[in-house]
Structure formats: C-alpha cells, structure tokens
Design a protein around this ligand. Sequence first.
Ligand SMILES: NC(=O)CCC(=O)C(=O)O
Length: 275
Amino acid sequence: MKDFKMAICQMTVTDNKDKNINKAYSMIKEAAQNGAKLIALGEMFNCPYDGSYFPKFAESLPDGKTYNMLKACSKELDVYIIGGSIPELHGEVIYNTSCVFDKEGKLIAKHRKMHLFDVELNSGLTFKESSYLGKGNDIVVFDTEYCKIGLAICYDIRFPELSRLLTLKGAEVIVIPAAFNMTTGPAHWEILLRTRALDNQVYMVGASPARDVSASYVAYGNSLVVSPWGDIMSRAKEGEEIIYANLQGSLVKKTRDELPLLKHIRKDIYEIIIK
Ligand SMILES: NC(=O)CCC(=O)C(=O)O
C-alpha cells in the first residue's frame, strides 16, 4: 500500500436526479482540486433513499446519466471514484449498486448490496429494502495503484463475515457507501466502523449523504475515516461537506506486525468460506 489522500463527498440528495448528479460532479471536482486521489460518495447519492423513487431513478449499466458522469469525471480529473451507490436496473430487478472507476474512466469494480435493510425499529423507523431491491451475491475487492480496496454498502457493515472475507481477499481499505439513520446512526455507526477497522486492521471509510430533515428517511451524515488502529482520522458533521484523510501506506502492515491478529486465526478449528 502507498500513501495517498482521499476524500468523502457528503452531499445533500434531492428528488431531482440532474441536480444530484451536478452536485456530485462539483464536489468531486473540488476534492480533486484539493489533491484527493480517491473520492467516495454516499449510498444512493443520485436518488432519495426511499423505495418509491428507486424505479424512476434507476439506470441500466453500463450506461445512464449518473454512470456516464462518474466515468467522464474520473478521467477528466485523473482520480479514482467510488461512486457511492445508485439504483441499478438489471432485467426486471433493481439493485443497490456501487460502481468504481479508475483514472482512465474505466469501470474497475461493481458491488451490489448483499444484505438488505429490512427493519422495524422501536423508534418508528421501518424500511423494507427487499420490497424494492434484489440482493447482490459477489464479494468485491479491487486493486488500485495505491492499495487494495474492499467494497460493501451500508447494512453490509453489520455482517462481520463480509468484512473479514474482504480482508482475507487482500483488502487494506474497506469503503462503505452508507445512509445510516437518526436511530441507528448515533447508536452504532462509529462503533461499527471502528470495530471493523480493529477486527481486520484495515482503514474503514464510511461515506454518507448529508442529513436532510425534510426527507422521508433522514440520513445521519457523520461520514468517517478510521485507521487500522481504530483511530478516527476524519469525521464530517451532519451537513454537506467534503472531508479528507491522508492514508499512510505503511500503517496496515505496521498494525498487523504489532498485533498479528490475522496470523492468529485458528484456521485449524474454524473457517469462514465463500460458498
Ligand atoms: N441503508 C442502510 O442499509 C441503512 C442501514 C442502517 O441504518 C443500519 O442501522 O444498519
């Protein structure tokens, strides 16, 4: 892994897709002008996080306004873009999908959210993603010129097996486009990111949309970058903001050398396997 500067664009998502795309472009541009080489967006950055909007905002890949903006933008600005997620239409099914582009504008990875957020919380918040979305089945790790990155989306972070499998596949950084809410965000978001960082001795990058209290689903914001030692390196507040972090190439190895957790796994007793 090499040293590099990254950014998270925590943007306000509206019910106007073009406005969302333009906002993402201008924030990515600002982050690139400030020296970020890898730039991440939040979950459903082109569409309100509300199932009733997904069919209208969905795009068939590899095409569509959002996809084409990200592709052109990564090439124009010479940056890697982790394109948060968008509703992807594939046949009859919509997926919650994250697309990653390299500096040439080439799609180098695509992750479809694997674990769907079907909950009824005592706070009154209910969400049933499976009424609108299909499940992804692939465990996605990709290479960049800086590091190996594992990708997961929001609720996926609650399943430690997935982060461990991403790590065992070589991830040094795990990026999670996400939209936690005002119930589980304050309670669990930071703890989950720091725990996954500690479990796996990886950088954890959690990219949220900005909070919009007028939306039907209110995102927590608080995008975070956590080091392999579990330290918070950068944290957004609730509003629209770009945050930056300088990822140090040697820190993953240094942490793993100091505390050799991955070497101490009792593979003779238990195993996590991909079916
Ligand atoms: N978009 C999501 O998957 C939300 C997940 C969430 O808020 C959680 O608590 O988990």
